[in-house]
Ligand binder design. Structure first.
Ligand code: ADP
Ligand code: 5GP
Length: 200
């Protein structure tokens, strides 16, 4: 597939779109933060909108756009989302404004979304690179979520209950797989995947 903008529009190549998914507690946010801290990797993390309340230390507009259910509903009606989904009892969605203008400018974008979101986006952007992250054992998710101390018991149980289904979807539909047992290795693997697709 061609990676250039249509003739007459722009001579800039279109940026690459990366989608990273994995069960809650697999280490997505941690691995992404470390990989994108490398200035040699020209990739921007898209900030999703969510109705989930912020965790301590989460900043509006930096970790998520924290929206009320009404704001989110208005965003859906106004066609602001590339995709959205109910995940673990709250709504999460990818804003078009966080993705399309950057790709058109030639900048690569990384989305951290659940597998439903990944599947929806890959219909609109079949060229997107799908990356799945997991641990080598199911027990590890619970250990990590408990040590993270950000979720109450009910939220944690919802997250753990979804892991098997997410792992099945990831195994079937995702192109790259990272096992995050060793954090440094997982970060290196994500960087290697992105570098190989960007050619940088
Ligand atoms: P996710 O974004 O997938 O829900 P996080 O990045 O929040 O997961 O990681 C969940 C917890 O596991 C955090 O406390 C994080 O510090 C920890 N963690 C991440 N990667 C590893 C790893 N390789 N080994 C041990 N703990 C890890
Ligand atoms: P958390 O509450 O732990 O930040 O995220 C919960 C889940 O929502 C994770 O699987 C995360 O990838 C997913 N998520 C975050 N943003 C989006 C989004 O914009 N769309 C979808 N579909 N899922 C998202």
């Amino acid at each position: 597939m061609s990676n250039s903008a249509p003739e007459g529009k722009s001579s800039l190549p279109v940026g690459k779109l990366f989608i990273l998914s994995g069960p809650s507690g697999s280490g997505k946010s941690t691995v992404i933060a470390q990989a994108l801290a490398d200035p040699s990797l020209p990739v921007r993390l898209a900030i999703s909108a969510t109705t989930r309340p912020p965790r301590p230390k989460e900043i509006d507009g930096q970790h998520y756009h924290f929206w009320t259910p009404e704001q989110f509903e208005n965003g859906i009606r106004a066609g602001q989302f590339l995709e959205w989904a109910d995940v673990y009892g709250h709504r999460y969605g990818t804003l078009k404004s966080e993705v399309e203008p950057f790709l058109q400018k030639g900048q690569s974008v990384l989305l951290e979304v659940d597998v439903q979101g990944g599947m929806q986006i890959s219909k609109v952007h079949p060229e997107a690179v799908l990356v799945f992250i997991q641990t080598s054992s199911l027990e590890e998710y619970e250990k990590r979520l408990r040590s993270r101390r950000t979720d109450n018991e009910a939220s944690m149980q919802k997250r753990l209950a979804s892991a098997r289904q997410e792992l099945q979807t990831g195994a079937k539909h995702y192109q790259h797989h990272i096992v995050n047992d060793d954090l440094n290795q997982a970060v290196a693997k994500l960087k290697e995947i992105m570098h190989s697709h960007i050619g940088a």
